[in-house]
Ligand binder design. Sequence first.
Ligand code: ZN
Length: 201
Amino acid sequence: MMLPTHVLAGLAIALPVAAIAPDLAPAAFAGAAAGSVVPDLDIYAGHRRTLHYPVYYPLAATIAAAVTLAVPTPVTVGITFLLAAAALHCRMDELGGSLELRPWAETSDRGVYDHHNGEWRTPRRLICYDGSPGDLAATGVLAIPLLVLTETPVRWLVIAALVVGITYAALRKWLADVVEKVVELVPSVLATYLPGRYRGS
Ligand SMILES: [Zn+2]
């Protein structure tokens, strides 16, 4: 799924904190936003592998949650939601499309890498691909409670995610063609630095 969907899903799991412990909500939202983005920082080096840990993030989040229940501070809350959002991100990638330039072609069986078992998890394709109509619908559904229940600056982040998500979904298939043409023009010495999905590997 696309990054705006990850961000909104991460923010959504922090919503209960706003109702239960409003003073800890900023830490929860900040941690969740960061955790939803962090896995995809590996886009230039082993995308969906280097920073994606579908087994270890949930384990670490569970331990952090136990510590947070005992010692609820902004730091423990922030770390817990960072790990929980990163865990959710990896699960969402597995439920989405394959890792390839045109995931709607379904030629790859790589969803997300499972370091614990040393293998790629097969994409479930409940959401066909990142930026698909289903992905955009998920973004819209997640945005509704967040827009209603949050205030600035979280609400601004939700609006920004919506704008980016709508734009990305509208351009998704065209972008694949553009990327392919740009890659053809990039000198081969520089092409090795491009994400693998753009090099056909
Ligand atoms: Zn990802």
